[in-house]
Design a protein around this ligand. Structure first.
Ligand code: SD4
Length: 307
């Protein structure tokens, strides 16, 4: 497809998020409002244990959220390692709009959110606490494959849980051609306290440039950060690659930098250009993405490197 307006997001749970974003885009609204509203859906869903409320905690039992938001003109905001606030994406937007800064972390981010009127709450649900206590028995940290419909990071499936889903990255173009993106996550389950992934890092987990398009990522953030993945995808598109070619090149860069590491990890990229053409590519089988346009509302499997 090549159509505008369009919203695309990572994983199959992106479909419900796209539906919310489409309420804005379909009515002729701003893509920035659309992506914020969209990713708030999984942030608020206790059954999605990789984003927002109900996210799996770190090794020490803290749910710490990473999120960023970006406009095509370079405006952006981000929070990392933030506790006790459900809608990290909305705090990131406030950082963008209300401060001279791009990124706030940890307690400072929570303090800022409270000043902005956000509600303090416990983000650790009983189900996620149970999964953490189960994990503590072995404390075996293996942030590896994220295969669809299996619980992420090679841990056993949570009873009654929704299966494996990861970070939501969402990028959109509105009727006026404005490009925006949002990315939000609770990060790798059972990570070290203080670990920050790619998702809140502008250029790694998300990058938007209205002259070109936008890209976002999911999977093992360390690999994305090493290669500044989303920025790489956008810059490759600027040089004339299609979104698909750009996503493939960025995945191959990860393989080139660490061929052995890459075999055991998952990373997926999702991109759109200004015309509304889509690209998606992952290291491994299992990465899916959701697309919503005036005529499409669909989840697709992404092609992948290791066959
Ligand atoms: C991170 N990219 O924190 C995120 C989370 C994710 O599989 O997608 N995990 O590294």
């Amino acid at each position: 497809v090549a159509t505008v307006p369009i919203v695309v997001s990572t994983w199959d749970f992106g479909q419900a998020a796209n539906a919310e974003a489409w309420k804005v885009l379909g009515a002729g609204g701003w893509s920035l409002d659309a992506v914020e509203a969209g990713v708030k859906i999984p942030e608020a869903d206790p059954n999605i244990n990789t984003v927002g409320y109900g996210g799996l905690p770190d090794r020490d039992g803290h749910v710490t959220l990473d999120a960023c938001i970006m406009e095509g003109n370079g405006n952006c905001g981000s929070v990392a390692g933030m506790e006790h606030i459900m809608h990290a994406i909305s705090v990131a937007r406030k950082v963008m709009e209300k401060t001279p800064h791009v990124m706030l972390v940890g307690e400072g981010a929570t303090q800022f959110a409270l000043e902005q009127g956000f509600q303090k709450m416990n983000l650790l649900t009983p189900a996620s606490e149970k999964a953490w206590k189960q994990w503590l028995k072995t404390s075996n940290y293996q942030p590896v494959m994220n295969i669809e419909n299996k619980f992420s990071h090679n841990q056993p499936p949570m009873p009654g849980g929704p299966g494996n889903h990861d970070t939501i990255g969402m990028v959109a173009i509105d009727t006026q051609g404005r490009v925006s993106g949002a990315c939000t996550t609770s990060g790798m389950a059972f990570k070290l306290h203080g670990r920050v992934g790619d998702s809140p890092i502008i250029g790694a987990g998300l990058f938007v440039d209205e002259e070109v398009g936008a890209a976002t990522s999911t999977g093992v953030g360390e690999e994305v950060m090493r290669t500044v993945g989303s920025h790489l995808v956008v810059e490759l598109m600027r040089q004339g690659r299609s979104p698909q070619e750009a996503c493939e090149e960025a995945v191959k860069r990860i393989v080139k930098k660490g061929p052995e590491r890459a075999k055991t990890l998952q990373v997926g990229y999702l991109a759109i250009n200004r015309q509304g053409e889509i690209g998606a590519y992952a290291l491994q089988k299992g990465f899916t993405y959701s697309v919503r346009t005036g005529s499409i509302d669909q989840v697709y499997p992404a092609p992948y490197y290791f066959r």
